[in-house]
Design a protein around this ligand. Structure first.
Ligand SMILES: Cc1ncc(COP(=O)(O)O)c(C=O)c1O
Length: 346
């Protein structure tokens, strides 16, 4: 195997070795297989190709300071996938099977688990894919559940850096009572085009508003929103945002620090009063935001309004402290008082 430069890993579809999978058919899961073929064969009529019947999860395994390996909060991802699968009418592995297959994926790809000390981890991607060939718009109890993985860097190296975000006036992410709170592939399809324009203009993130009235903050394209005001950690209460496990963890960490946690609707104008703003998600833990522009038309030059939180590249003290606590627990440098680390022998 080619030597991996653990310090220069990004967040990429890195081809590892073992894929762990099981097939649900005729009312049961097949015995779990570990393969190295790295490809699936699907009927061209499979639900996934036409109707986007698929969902996924994202979680990480870490090599800790004392040499142990741990997966971070896998039971939360198992529960979230079960909720998404129910929404799509798909069969879903239970918590034990989900966690067992994640463990097998780490073990089967042990050489890709970054050693301690590089701020890197093994990102696990559990996938649930509808493979039944059909035309009709009805659920069918057949699916492949697979766990794949890729080594991932910290994105920022050892130091967080803030970046810009944009609120696109002409794009929405999720409809009220729609699919926004589920981790389905189709939700992401709608963000590819606005992400392209945002990135071309130097914005790292898209911030979406609630689509019915566009008065409230929903979430970023790939992470939840949080704002810091005095001693408060504030995050949107909305039916159309993904229930982020990182956000849940940050709320618990903030409470441990003696902060007040508010989960409530956040009006757009309230952005003016935040001292710090960030996105949060498994891939990067925290994306500190330096400023947010509102653009009535993303592709056009006009900026209707700007909210500034800190100079580009700099990071507020609370975001730094929250980030250090979570990553410290993940890498086994700080005591895991909540029992978030799921240890495995590898
Ligand atoms: C739309 C969206 N919101 C929020 C999150 C954060 O969720 P989690 O913290 O569980 O990774 C993600 C994924 O990382 C996401 O894709």
């Amino acid at each position: 195997m080619k030597q991996i430069d653990w310090n220069s890993l990004g967040f990429d579809a890195y081809r590892t070795r073992t894929v762990v999978l099981s097939h649900f058919k005729d009312g049961q899961w097949s015995p779990v297989e570990e393969t190295e073929t790295f490809s699936f064969t699907f009927d061209p009529f499979a639900q996934v190709f036409h109707y986007a019947i698929s969902c996924f999860e994202g979680l990480k395994a870490f090599r800790q300071k004392d040499g142990r390996a741990a997966i971070f909060r896998p039971e939360e991802n198992a529960a979230r996938m079960a909720r998404t699968a129910e929404y799509l009418g798909m069969p879903c592995p239970d918590k034990e099977m989900f966690i067992d297959m994640c463990e097998r994926c780490v073990k089967g790809n042990a050489e890709f688990l970054p050693p301690y000390g590089h701020q890197a981890s093994l990102y696990l991607r559990p996938l649930l894919v509808g493979m039944h060939p059909q035309m009709q718009l009805v659920p069918y109890p057949e699916a492949i559940f697979a766990v794949i993985c890729a080594p991932a860097g910290s994105y920022y190296g050892a130091h967080l850096k803030s970046c810009a975000a944009v609120i696109p006036g002409n794009y929405d992410r999720a409809a009220p009572k729609g699919s926004g709170s589920y981790k389905i592939g189709a939700n992401y399809a709608a963000t590819f085009k606005p992400y392209k324009f945002a990135h071309e203009q130097g914005y790292a993130e898209l911030l979406y508003l609630n689509s019915s009235t566009r008065e409230y903050i929903d979430e970023f394209g790939s992470s939840n929103f949080f704002g810091i005001k005095g001693n408060k950690y504030i995050t949107p209460l909305s039916d159309s945002v993904l229930p982020s496990i990182t956000n849940k963890t940050l709320q618990e960490v903030a409470a441990d620090f003696g902060m007040e946690v508010e989960k409530r609707p956040i009006r757009l104008e309230e952005l003016d009063s935040f001292e710090e703003v960030g996105g949060c998600g498994t891939a990067v833990v925290i994306t500190p935001i330096s400023h947010i522009d509102i653009k009535p038309v993303l592709e056009a030059p006009e900026v209707a309004r700007e909210f500034r939180f800190c100079p580009d590249g700099e990071v507020g003290p609370v975001s730094k402290k929250l980030y250090a606590r979570i990553t410290g627990i993940q890498f086994g440098e700080l005591e895991d008082t909540h029992g978030w680390c799921h240890y495995l022998d590898v």
